[in-house]
Ligand binder design. Structure first.
Ligand SMILES: [Zn+2]
Ligand SMILES: [Zn+2]
Length: 804
């Protein structure tokens, strides 16, 4: 090791917890008897001599015609669970077809290689995505029986052109939905409807396939007659995967969750960087923080108080590399990965000249060949350390490392385990370290290991009933073929109202035979957002499209003068043209970050559900949020010093969304010792921390969420804290917060109470996205407010055990 660390347990020890996860032997079973000998032989040739029990179990459900989701850990061999039934059917029924969906093109390409390597007669697997040359598309439609694509291509290409796909759809036996836990929030809600549109089109072309899965001697048990393709979903370990899969597909789904693949032992350490000396300037800020600070709200008045997670991870990486340990470090931003690799290389070269060459950065911009050669170098041992963006979680072949460093909580326990799961060769011991960033959630987690280790991973949250998703999706469906009353059932709650709204808006026409799309072109619907056309971010000098920004956050992220980060590269915005939906930028790395200030007001439109807990009320409902970005600050990167405040001339924006809110009577606050003068600061501090801790109970990050607190709101006539979904119509996050209110607010209270700071810091009540510059904030009073809320909610729960 390059430096000494304070050994175990002392106040200066950055290790806050060590969790031991014991090794586990695997449980193999015989091949199910329906797997053709030819398939067994090629799999054996690839080293798969027998399936693990969970693979055989999931495959058996699918083969018997039951929709199934397999939700097990990283490297547990989920692919075999869908390859077995899909390929067995393709081999025994020469007409059947299979559609495979992956969230990324890279993952689909990896799966294509895996299936192509089996070299099975007549399967003809092919990727069909945005990169597929026009000339190959006709061939794929006509001849491929295993088509690999992504939800965007299904939405924009395959479903609108369903007539050309009619033969393929008519014979569709299986739909594989890989990494289905990534379909969450607004994106997940859209994908849920894309899958319903797929089911509808498959049903329009009645099956002529010679045999339906399951008719060749199933694995027993009642088999529902499938009137459409069988869905096989693969998920990372997640809470209640069957319910999430049912929301996603609209079908009854059986879950297989017991992981029977062998696993080496894992030591998992939680690491909190030490505080900086009071006078020292903050060191390398994570560029991801800067990106975040440019998102809704903006405003980061205090310099970080701890050593940065980036610097700390770089030091740990050089320590492990110096000790000959093969290590992968995950970090959120591309520039963060570069900073970690550069810092570690420099430290290693100082210690042993030449050693630095054994560390590299690894990011999404690399070509596949470059990625493969880095992977090979790491697995072969020429490279010892790799710093990678966490975006590479998916579709990467890096498993079997000695150690994984995770720089900052990746947002969900599911991602955390997926990243940690990269560590561990079969039979060998492995190490994972989570390095906390200076924010409330990370700080809470490293001091509450039971929140990470003692509980299942979070449920995937999506809300297909969101009218802002449902309406546009029904328009797409109608453009594909007229909607019938029976279709409305398929699209679920709210479909009737949504169709009526589309008729009223002139988008659909109602005729006796159904609802017809009235326009010549197809509806323009982006799966990744709601509320209008996204704003294009364009580099002026080259005309290159760098990316798009949801219109709801364009004012915050790409206002004139904003520093905009794209894949870790820094740009400055020259102009934002709201009429053309376009922001012009140039590459520049200024010494400052930008922080928008906004003025927000909120009114309650309706209450969906509430809890009356005496002096405390807890509510879920629709709200109208009006916000206007009025100015922005430039702050020096290293110190956070305000360099300038510049006015902006942008229109106000309206957002109809879903919120959770609580009210507390002024009398109960006074009784708890909160001075009237401190109420605004106490509520504001509680609001910030509550937003920071919401990802603990819902799969969102704090940038998906907004908040507002006030000592007297005209609609509630009481001191109130609102937390709302940042997407029009809501994404399910506020609803989840309402359902898990006690758990959520208890964690919020503990995070504030246990923070060692005196008056509030970024680890507890300060927010990097505050529109009011983190003013006022009253830390200890916030704890008292939450105590009042929690004690009254607890009393209600005891009094009315049935209350929901
Ligand atoms: Zn604090
Ligand atoms: Zn604030």
């Amino acid at each position: 090791m390059l430096r000494a660390r304070t050994p175990g347990g002392g106040a200066g020890n950055p290790v806050t917890h060590v969790e031991r996860i014991p090794a586990r032997p695997g449980t193999a079973v015989d091949w199910p008897e329906w797997v053709p000998a030819e398939l067994r032989a090629v799999l054996a040739g690839q080293g798969v001599v027998a399936p693990w029990r969970h693979q055989a179990e999931a495959a058996g459900h699918a083969h018997a015609g039951r929709h199934v989701v397999v939700a097990t850990g990283t490297a547990s061999g989920k692919s075999l669970a869908y390859q077995l039934p899909a390929l067995a059917t393709l081999l025994t029924d020469p007409r059947a077809t299979v559609l495979y969906l992956a969230p990324t093109k890279a993952l689909a390409a990896d799966q294509l290689r895996a299936v192509a390597a089996l070299d099975l007669d007549g399967v003809r697997p092919a990727c069909y995505d945005g990169d597929t040359p026009r000339g190959e598309r006709d061939w794929i439609r006509a001849h491929s029986r295993f088509v690999l694509t992504n939800p965007d291509m299904l939405h924009h290409g395959i479903l609108p052109g369903h007539a050309r796909w009619s033969t393929f759809l008519r014979r569709l036996a299986f739909v594989v939905v890989d990494e289905c836990h990534t379909y969450r929030g607004v994106f997940g809600s859209h994908v849920a409807h894309v899958l319903r549109r797929l089911r509808r089109q498959a049903a329009r072309y009645p099956g002529t396939s010679g045999s339906v899965p399951g008719q060749r001697g199933g694995t027993g048990g009642p088999r529902p007659a499938p009137d459409g393709p069988v869905f096989v979903l693969a998920s990372a370990t997640s809470g209640d995967p069957a319910a999430a899969a049912e929301r996603l597909t609209g079908l009854p789904v059986t879950a297989v969750t017991e992981d029977t693949a062998p696993r080496g032992g894992l030591t998992f350490a939680l690491w909190e960087p030490p505080p900086l000396p009071p006078s020292s300037p903050s060191d390398v800020p994570d560029p991801a923080d800067r990106a975040g600070a440019a998102a809704p709200g903006g405003g980061f008045d205090a310099a970080p108080v701890r050593r940065s997670a980036l610097r700390e991870t770089a030091d740990l990486l050089s320590d492990t590399v110096a000790a000959g340990v093969r290590t992968l470090a995950f970090v959120r931003s591309r520039r963060g990965a570069e900073v970690i690799a550069t810092t570690a290389r420099r430290r290693l070269d100082e210690a042993v000249p030449g050693l630095g060459a054994r560390v590299a950065a690894y990011r999404s911009g690399y070509l596949r060949e470059e990625r493969r050669s880095l992977e090979q170098a790491l697995l072969g041992g020429e490279l010892l350390g790799l710093a990678s963006t966490s975006a590479l979680e998916l579709g990467v072949d890096l498993v079997g490392l000695d150690a994984v460093l995770i720089c900052g909580y990746p947002g969900t326990r599911a991602s955390l385990w997926q990243q940690a799961g990269r560590a561990g060769r079969s039979g060998g011991e492995a190490l994972a370290v989570l390095v906390a960033r200076d924010d409330p959630l990370d700080t809470y987690l490293v001091h509450h290991p039971q929140a990470l280790f003692g509980r299942p991973v979070e449920a995937t949250v999506l809300d297909p009933a969101n009218p802002y998703v449902l309406g546009p999706q029904l328009a797409c469906a109608a453009a594909e073929s007229p909607l019938t009353p029976a279709d409305l059932e398929l699209f679920g709650a709210g479909a009737k109202e949504a169709v009526e709204a589309l008729v009223a808006a002139g988008a659909l026409r109602h005729r006796p035979t159904g609802w017809y799309w009235r326009h010549a072109g197809r509806p323009e619907v982006d799966l990744r957002g709601t509320g209008g056309t996204p704003v294009d971010v364009v580099e002026s000098s080259t005309g290159r499209l760098l990316g798009t920004v949801d219109p709801a956050s364009a004012h915050f992220q790409v206002h004139p003068g904003a520093v905009y980060l794209h894949q870790g590269v820094s740009y400055v915005v020259d102009a934002l043209d709201l009429d053309d939906g376009c922001a012009l930028v140039h590459a520049e790395e200024p010494d400052w970050s930008t922080h928008p200030r906004d003025v927000t007001s909120l009114s309650v439109a309706s209450v969906r559900s509430y809890l009356d807990a005496g002096p405390v009320g807890m509510f879920l409902g629709e709200v109208d949020v009006t916000s206007q970005v009025v100015s922005y600050q430039r702050r020096r990167l290293a110190s956070g010093e305000v360099l300038a405040t510049l006015p902006l001339d942008l229109p106000a924006r309206e957002l109809r969304t879903v919120a959770v809110w609580f009210t507390v009577s002024p009398e109960s606050l006074a009784a708890a010792g909160v001075d009237a003068a401190e109420v605004p600061g106490a509520l504001h501090a509680a609001e910030h921390a509550a937003i920071g801790l919401l990802p603990l109970v819902a799969t969102c990050d704090r940038w998906d969420i907004g908040g507002l607190s006030t000592a007297n709101h005209p609609d509630t006539e009481a001191p109130t804290v609102f937390v709302y979904d940042g997407h029009p119509g809501g994404a399910g996050f506020a609803e989840r917060a309402y359902r898990a209110a006690s758990e959520w607010l208890t964690a919020t209270r503990d995070a504030i109470a246990e923070c060692g700071c005196e008056t509030g810091c970024p680890s507890c009540v300060q927010s990097p996205k505050c529109g009011n510059g983190n003013n006022p904030l009253a830390k200890s009073e916030a704890v008292r407010v939450l105590d009042v809320v929690l004690s009254n909610l607890a009393r209600l729960a005891t009094a009315e055990p049935d209350a929901t």
